[in-house]
Design a protein around this ligand. Structure first.
Ligand SMILES: *[C@@H]1O[C@H](CO)[C@@H](O)[C@H](O)[C@H]1NC(C)=O
Ligand SMILES: *[C@@H]1O[C@H](CO)[C@@H](O)[C@H](O)[C@H]1NC(C)=O
Length: 155
């Protein structure tokens, strides 16, 4: 988390802001029409008073997938609002950024989360494209060097 915050502070202010008009909305969700790194995505959601989307329950998964389908976004992956918090290697855990709470419900694709305990990059995760092989399931990837579309949600 500390490492992640440092990256956020250093790089996000330099990133171009994604405009509020670059989102497709429902009453709860806001889908970006532009790809961004995880820090950029998180910063953008915050800027507009939203948070990066979470899936804390199977019902959340169903709601989010219904929104993505209605928005016509079934072919691309999206960031979700969680990160692998590495305080040290013995106390590493997956948390939702917004609450800081460890994931209880999970929706990992087979073989995930697979990643190294890298000291170079932070690890976040995306929701796979609904039309792909691992439809809507989660896949871990580096936060700062990968760009995906993302969904913000209202608090
Ligand atoms: C989504 O909602 C925001 C904030 O209400 C608004 O500014 C934006 O134009 C909306 N986007 C679309 C595509 O309607
Ligand atoms: C990373 O560290 C965690 C916590 O010790 C451990 O459970 C996990 O297996 C490690 N991952 C790898 C790929 O070594």
């Amino acid at each position: 988390m500390q490492k992640y915050l440092i990256w956020l502070l250093i790089f996000v202010p330099l990133a171009a802001t994604i405009k509020i008009t670059d989102f497709k909305n429902s009453t709860k969700y806001h889908l970006s029409t532009i790809e961004a790194t995880f820090p950029q995505a998180l910063f953008t959601c915050k800027l507009y008073g939203w948070t990066l989307a979470t899936e804390k329950t199977a019902q959340d998964t169903a709601n989010l997938e219904s929104f993505l389908t209605q928005s016509g976004q079934t072919s691309e992956s999206i960031w979700l609002g969680g990160v692998y918090q590495v305080i040290n290697e013995l106390a590493a855990k997956w948390i939702w950024i917004e609450s800081g709470l460890e994931l209880s419900y999970t929706n990992w694709q087979s073989g995930e989360p697979a990643f190294s305990n890298s000291t170079t990059y932070s690890t976040c995760f995306k929701k796979n494209a609904l039309s792909g092989t691992y439809s809507g399931q989660w896949y871990a990837n580096t936060c700062e060097t990968t760009s995906y579309y993302f969904v913000c949600e209202d608090y």
